[in-house]
Design a protein around this ligand. Sequence first.
Ligand code: C2E
Ligand code: MG
Ligand code: MG
Ligand code: MG
Length: 288
Amino acid sequence: RAKDTGRERAVWFDEQMHVESVHRVEIENDLRHALDRDELLVEYQPAFDLRVEQICHVEALVRWRHPARGLVGPQEFIPVAEETGLIHRIGELVLARAIEQADRWAHIAELRVWVNVSPQQLVDREFPARLAAQLDRAGLPAHRLGIEVTESALAGCSWAGEVLERIHDLGVAIAIDDFGTGYSSLARLSEFPVDVIKVDKSFVHDLGTARGEALVAGIVTLARAIEAHVIAEGVETLPQLTALSALGVDSASGYLLARPSAPEHLPMTLPAEASFRWRTGLHPTVAR
Ligand code: C2E
Ligand code: MG
Ligand code: MG
Ligand code: MG
């Protein structure tokens, strides 16, 4: 039997690869039209400051309303967009939408809208100038916008630092997304103008183990050293939230607090059942 398993697996693997490549080609073809047919939309997920328990960050997340497949998530089409170069048009679209939306939220004190930016966008030396023009046209103060980049985006290109520096000089904030999951040397990190470190959800999900807590504590210490704020993402349980605030994390987002949604559904405060008073049993309506 053991002898067959290898071949069976090889056949299965072949079929799987075939299905995947067909799927990919379809996605690729459809994606070219998605922009013209206006099928892309942007959802927004809030992060809350854990001390004042108010909204302080909102992340823009792109989705694709595919005519046959329904709502397709970015993990399925962003890699294809990156391979085909369509990421530039998609990136511009998301930025334009997010800037418009940030302008509509300009009455909310301290609120900043964050946009994920691909490595390809970051290696484009014209990117900062176009961003400046977009902000100008919208009349949005630059500090209302932030961009999220991954460690690998920084590692892959020797002038990414320069590009980031120019974006930062505009007043746009910079976050390192999925921190701790990629390659990053501390020396390299300190070369970049980093305002925020986003703790990846894999670390948040490890909280409750000694190792998980030590890792998040280490990230917080590192962030303090470079004077960056810390946002934890992927918070799904109250114990995770409690552990994060005990560890000194500044802000948090995740399904426990709010799912990504259309902009008109953005909640302004932490849900009552996640508030500190509730978590610590001080909330008057907690039955004990
Ligand atoms: P990301 O930037 O790290 O975004 C966080 C992802 O975690 C989002 O997935 C969000 O919906 C999901 N999430 C939020 N809270 C929770 C939670 O409590 N539990 C779990 N399990 N997941 C949670 P989404 O929207 O599928 O996006 C996936 C990735 O796609 C993003 O990861 C980002 O890297 C990329 N992406 C999204 N929008 C854009 C975009 O406009 N441009 C580019 N270049 N990449 C984008
Ligand atoms: Mg992000
Ligand atoms: Mg990411
Ligand atoms: Mg992330």
